[in-house]
Design a protein around this ligand. Structure first.
Ligand SMILES: [Zn+2]
Length: 401
């Protein structure tokens, strides 16, 4: 068995801490961490840092931008070729595992697993379940539907109303390969006729959703911005709140009680504003809502951190461009996490959320060898991306060969 020795680096890890140490990888796994180790080949890490591969718990790898006008004029399959670049840019930031919050399908996932294209390992949700008129409904005032997630056999429409349709929808998504079920329990920013402050779906619909997902062994993630939408999701047993913009004390208390994760995606509303500034056509409603939520969002995140809510890093890329994911870590620190906490949210926190912490999220022997080698200190998030020299995924060099 070929042993690859990563020699003389400083390991920065949520479990092992900060320690100067060798590390040996064999058969895709970390097999040894310590001083004076040997191997069949060596990677000199002297003066460099070795960290676990990062985890982004909320991305959209199949989307490349939020310019709906451009999207209308792009052939459907062209988006999959764009996704190849999105996946490469994601790996280039040291992210080796993602939870795709809508868009990526089983073909993309299997193409990565089979080595046809390079990309992060992924859990996929396919399409977001949404009520009529909800965040995933592509209806517009003209009556012309436009949505990023154009339905096709491998990616069913996410629209459902009522417990019976909800049950069928979950089963359809499971059939098409979903690893996690995504639902919108409130309105959102980019959709034209719903409000982030309104709860979507009633408890009886969410209870069926969670029961059906659990029957298939799956967890549920909820796009939830309104306080009521967050509370309904948590009470129904949904595992993670995505965005969580209007968190009040009761919502935070419920999340603590249920062990629910928050995936804040603080960069997402700033991405809408930047896209508009760069000339992307966007509805008046989307621009207004993005502006309204930014400060509330940051304040909510700060209170969740203070209260000790479980947090995993997510970025909502393509709302901001793929490859700029690490900007989220700087915002998480600006809004209340220590660099160590933010780093844990992007490693072990994400792994726990996804049920992968037995094999990912840190570098203890036995775990899968996803490694990032960087010149700059990994806890200095502003410079980390520029300092990344190599990314390894399951013991294979995927960036910086
Ligand atoms: Zn999203």
């Amino acid at each position: 068995m070929n042993r690859i020795l990563f020699r003389g680096g400083t390991i920065v890890d949520p479990v092992l801490g900060r320690v100067e140490s060798d590390l040996v990888v064999a058969d895709g796994h970390v097999v040894d961490v310590g001083a004076g180790l040997d191997g069949d080949e060596a990677v000199d890490c002297t003066g460099k840092y070795v960290t676990p591969g990062l985890i982004d718990a909320h991305v959209h790898l199949a989307y490349t931008h939020v310019d709906l006008w451009k999207h209308i004029h792009t052939p459907l399959s062209y988006n999959f070729y764009l996704a190849i670049g999105n996946m490469a840019r994601t790996l280039g930031t040291g992210i080796t595992t993602v939870r795709d919050a809508g868009g990526a399908d089983l073909g993309m996932k299997e193409a990565v697993e089979d080595g046809l294209v390079l990309g992060p390992r992924m859990q996929i949700s396919l399409a977001m379940i949404s009520q009529t008129g909800g965040h995933g409904d592509g209806w517009n005032l003209s009556g012309i539907p436009v949505r990023l997630a154009t339905p096709y056999p491998g990616r069913p429409s996410g629209i459902a109303d009522g417990p019976d349709e909800m049950r069928r929808k979950v089963r359809e998504l499971v059939r098409a390969g979903a690893d996690v079920i995504k639902v919108a329990t409130s309105g959102g920013v980019l959709s034209p006729r719903d409000e982030p402050t309104h709860a979507h779906f009633r408890p009886e619909e969410l209870n069926v959703l969670v029961t059906e997902a659990a029957a298939a062994g799956l967890w549920v993630m909820a796009h939830a911005q309104a306080a009521d939408g967050i509370k309904n999701a948590v009470r129904a047993g949904i595992r993670s709140i995505e965005h969580g913009i209007y968190l009040d004390d009761e919502a935070i208390g419920l999340m603590l009680e249920h062990g629910t994760y928050l995936v804040p995606t603080l960069v997402a509303p700033t991405g809408v504003e930047k896209a508009v500034a760069a000339g992307a056509p966007m509805s008046e409603a989307a621009i207004r809502k993005a502006g309204e939520v930014i400060e509330v969002h940051r304040e909510s995140f700060r209170r969740a951190v203070d209260a000790g809510v479980n947090i995993a890093m997510g970025t909502d890329s393509a709302v901001t461009p793929h490859g700029e994911n690490l900007d989220e870590l700087s915002l998480m620190v600006a809004d209340g996490q220590t660099p160590e906490q933010a780093f844990e949210s992007a490693t072990l926190g994400g792994a726990r959320l996804m049920g992968l912490d037995h094999e990912l999220g840190s570098l203890e022997p036995g775990k899968i060898a996803d490694l990032v080698i960087s010149r700059s200190d990994p806890l200095d998030f502003a410079t980390l991306k520029g300092g990344i020299e190599q990314v390894w995924k399951a013991g294979l060099l995927v960036v910086g060969g």
